[in-house]
Design a protein. Structure first.
Length: 268
């Protein structure tokens, strides 16, 4: 595995948590001067700010967004982090929090994520949905660094590993892996040219203005477990967080999520 220095990420890929780390570790709650803090999977980096802005325009209520890996957020919530709503990229993490009685209920499925292959525009690696171009480049020794989100805590990294194993590419690529802290950072590694290619969230390839910078293709979901994404209210959720949760299940929100490439669950 290759260790890479942390990148100075562009604003559009800046996955920052708005809650100080010390408060998260100590389980203390800061003064709530503004709206509730929503912990969201990094694949929502572009879709959720658009939804939060529409929610504020419609209701007058602000929500603050923190983006990162779902596994890290789940651990922070278990340690007492003052989030009120959690949008996870893996429903199993929500189920774990529910079993620990840290949530209001079992949550709601809001979408299913998809994987994409990201290749920098300057790279000669052929881009195709069956990864045959990547396999040829690996065989030819053209892939020195390959990015995925860290499988230790990022659901997209876990699914990327499953896909690469299914395609017989994991053993060859594992020594060349550059692990992003989350899906957004893994995508940025590929787009910046710091690595030759990478696998991350399809929703991050749907951002306006991104396409000219990279070659990106949607990958089939047949060779990995589904990325069923679930959101849940935490026990500390106030009225604004609860209203935002319900608003995210509405038709306007579903249309935005679909535009960013999420597969949508059937409405009840």
């Amino acid at each position: 595995m290759i260790r890479m220095p942390s990148l100075d990420l562009p604003r559009r890929f800046a996955c920052v948590c708005l809650v100080p780390t010390l408060l998260l570790l100590m389980g203390m709650k800061p003064v709530q001067a503004r709206g509730p803090v929503v912990a969201a999977a990094a694949d929502l980096q572009f879709a959720l700010p658009e939804l939060a802005a529409a929610f504020q325009q419609e209701t007058g209520h602000e929500v603050r967004l923190a983006f990162g890996s779902s596994g890290n957020f789940a651990r922070q919530i278990e340690q007492g982090a003052p989030f009120e709503l959690f949008l996870s990229a893996d429903q199993a993490l929500v189920e774990r929090l529910a079993r620990a009685e840290l949530t209001v209920d079992d949550g709601q499925l809001y979408g299913e994520g998809r994987l994409a292959l990201f290749v920098a525009a300057s790279s000669g690696i052929a881009v195709d949905s069956d990864l045959s171009g990547l396999a040829a480049a690996v065989k030819a020794g053209q892939v020195r660094r390959f990015a995925i989100p860290n499988p230790a805590h990022a659901p997209y990294g876990q699914r990327a590993e499953e896909l690469l194993r299914a395609k017989g590419l994991w053993e060859a690529l594992e020594p060349r892996l550059v692990l992003g802290e989350n899906a957004a950072q893994a995508a940025q590694f590929a787009l910046s040219g710091s690595v030759d290619a990478g696998i991350s969230a399809w929703s991050l390839a749907r951002a306006p203005g991104l396409t000219p910078e990279a070659k990106v293709v949607l990958l089939p979901a047949d060779d990995h477990a589904p990325l069923r994404q679930r959101m849940v209210l935490l026990k500390s959720a106030g009225p604004v967080a609860r209203r935002f949760h319900d608003w995210l299940l509405g038709s306007e929100s579903r249309a935005v999520l679909a535009r960013y490439g999420f597969d949508l669950p059937a409405q009840p």
